[in-house]
Design a protein around this ligand. Structure first.
Ligand code: KG4
Ligand code: ZN
Length: 336
């Protein structure tokens, strides 16, 4: 279950708005190249699927060449689900062509499994990381997952409306900070008072599920009622505190119920300094290990796909050349 593929794996990730390729060997990330489309989508205030697919077509080969350098991969792992279907297709088509040309195996990888297994990067020993509890927070997902082992997952809780990343992005848009907004809110929040504006924490009685749509509505109302009086730094700090508090509350419920030895924080929103620090403190109080990847492995990247892919390839898993893209797809290997 913990055997990596014993050679170089090229990984490709194009599920949303980052074109990324990486070379991994076991848990070692040898290269991880990310070409972001943020500037392209900024002017529309969000990801435009057609534009994303075209930009992936332009970027994919140079990004793969840079990730490979002079190395030759012995297998390719590619994100084939979930995501924007046009965007995913670019990565999958490139992977198929290269696997055919080089006569090496191909494997489709689930994007969220990539985020969950991103904590494997650089570990000399991985078996002791499992089982653990994971908080997966990105632009599209907010999930509390029991990670029994790689490929064996139970979803304990999820968002019933917006994802945590969307809460940051929508808050940022209302404050005129542009897209994507998580990092911009974080920067503005450093000089703000998180207690200045009281914002809802969502579904506090529901044990593990999250809700962020009330926060978005409250921020909209705040912006309207305060008008020119609104202190943007205080508003950013208050939004960040509301998202972080909601995540912390549900994380502690799950820790108390499942009593894990360790907790991991993964996904784009895991790049948030306040969230990293507060979850780290929470885990320390409960006396459990806290794992979170380096910042470059939080937001979308191919290295995490390579890590997840290498473990599955190491178990002998392969996809066929009929590998399809699936825009919606549950985590593989769900257990009760
Ligand atoms: O995992 P990711 O790169 O893409 C998806 O799979 O969705 O996550 C992107 C999300 C965006 O919503 C972005 O605003 C958020 O992660 N994000 C952050 C930070 N950096 C990125 N949110 C809060 N604080 C950050 N520093
Ligand atoms: Zn992601």
């Amino acid at each position: 279950m913990f055997e990596f593929f014993p050679d170089n794996v090229l990984a490709i990730e194009t599920s949303c708005d980052e074109t990324s390729a990486a070379l991994v060997n076991g848990s070692e990330v040898r290269s991880n190249v990310v070409a972001s489309q943020v500037d392209l989508h900024k002017k529309w205030g969000g990801v435009v699927p057609e534009a994303a697919a075209r930009a992936h077509v332009e970027a994919i080969l140079p990004v793969i060449e840079e990730a490979l350098g002079s190395e030759v991969p012995r297998a390719i792992a590619v994100t084939n689900r979930p995501g924007l279907v046009g965007a995913l297709s670019v990565g999958v088509a490139a992977a198929k062509a290269l696997c055919l040309a080089w006569d090496i195996p191909i494997l489709g990888v689930h994007h969220l499994e990539g985020h969950i297994l991103s904590i494997l990067a650089g570990r000399t020993e991985v078996a002791s990381l499992f089982p653990h509890l994971s908080l997966v927070v990105s632009g599209g997902h907010t999930e509390l997952v029991w990670v029994e082992a790689p490929g064996r997952y139970a979803i304990l809780g999820h968002t019933i409306d917006d994802a945590a990343g969307e809460a940051f992005d929508k808050g940022a848009r209302l404050l005129g900070l542009g897209y994507p907004g998580g990092a911009a809110i974080q920067e503005l929040a450093t000089s703000g008072d998180p207690g200045r504006y009281s914002l809802p924490r969502g579904l506090s009685k529901d044990a593990y599920n999250f809700s962020f749509s009330g926060l978005k509505t409250a921020v909209l109302r705040l912006v309207e009622t305060e008008g020119d009086r609104l202190n943007h730094a205080d508003a950013a700090a208050s939004i960040q505190a509301a998202v972080v508090d909601s995540l912390l509350t549900k994380a502690s419920h799950a820790i108390e119920a499942r009593e894990p030895k360790a907790f991991s924080l993964v996904g784009g929103v895991a790049a948030n300094r306040s969230l990293r620090a507060k979850l780290g403190e929470l885990c320390h109080r409960y006396g459990i290990e806290f794992y979170t990847p380096t910042l470059d492995l939080c937001t979308d990247n191919a290295a995490m796909i390579g890590l997840a892919g290498s473990l599955r390839l190491g178990r002998g898993e392969r996809s066929g050349f009929d590998l399809d893209c699936e825009p919606n797809s549950p985590l593989p290997g769900l257990i009760d």
